[in-house]
Design a binder for this molecule. Structure first.
Ligand code: UDP
Length: 243
């Protein structure tokens, strides 16, 4: 008799890049506990499949160094403020995940030992092996970088199979779909095409790091229920960027 074998997830270890905007709900600012709860539920779904989940979290809902510098704050100081913002987001997400019974550890590239472990790659991997979700905060720990670059860096470092970039649109378009109703969505695109066409998937530092190390990127809409699960199961969701 044939047994009905459940389909296995496509990936064993993923890195999910969440922008700060995702933590702010509809308006994208501040902390929106309901939005964070929904994010946590989606993360819980894939963890239940046995997938190891690493999250790199942004801070744009609270502060961005570049915006600060336009208002007179020294760029590097503003960038450190932005990195600190990511730690606030990480704590909020950890709280939401643990409320749903998902053990979570926060690591930070900046030392804040009362609230987060220091970033230690091997320790992070151990957490994953024990079934814990790991949130990387503090970006790369350096000004003039972005959390997208931190995501590209960490994805490679911890051996993720894919970098999942969560956005509010369902993939990469040839122009802004919110402004142009004729905008065309790509199912798949190469790193070079995305770079040459300046499609602004991620900043160029993040992007080249993925390109040089052949780290596939999937850009998808995390705000559709169960979408993260669909991506992890290998369904065609969003846009795949590869070599
Ligand atoms: N940042 C930084 N170095 C890093 C990561 C982040 O200086 O390695 C600062 C930078 O000022 C950035 C802010 O932290 O604007 C928040 O991060 P990001 O803009 O990447 O967040 P997101 O757009 O994902 O919400």
């Amino acid at each position: 008799m044939k047994r009905n074998k459940a389909k296995a997830p496509r990936y064993r270890r993923i890195l999910l890049k969440l922008s700060g905007e995702a933590m702010g709900g509809k308006d994208g600012y501040g902390i929106n506990p309901q939005a964070i709860k929904e994010l946590a539920a989606q993360i819980g779904e894939v963890r239940q499949l046995g997938v190891q989940v690493v999250i790199v979290i942004g801070g744009g809902n609270i502060f961005r160094g570049l915006q600060g510098s336009e208002q007179g704050i020294e760029r590097a100081t503003g960038d450190y403020m932005g990195m600190l913002a990511t730690i606030i987001n990480a704590l909020a997400l950890q709280d939401a995940l643990e409320k749903q019974g998902i053990p979570t550890r926060v690591q930070s590239a900046l030392n804040v030992m009362q609230v987060a472990e220091a970033f230690i790659r091997r320790r992070a991997v151990r957490h994953l092996e024990k079934g814990r979700v790991v949130i990387f905060s503090g970006g790369t720990g350096n000004p003039y970088f972005s959390t997208d670059t931190a995501a590209a860096l960490r994805a490679n470092e911890i051996g993720a199979e894919v970098l999942l970039k969560a956005t509010k649109v369902d993939g990469i378009y040839d122009s802004d779909p919110r402004k142009n109703p004729q905008a065309k969505r790509y199912d798949q695109i190469t790193y070079l095409e995305a770079l040459q066409r300046r499609l602004q998937v991620m900043d160029s530092t993040a992007f080249s790091l993925c390109m040089d190390n052949r780290m596939p990127i999937i850009v998808f809409d995390l705000f559709k229920p169960h979408n993260l699960r669909r991506v992890v199961m290998g369904e065609k969701v969003g846009t795949l960027v590869t070599g």
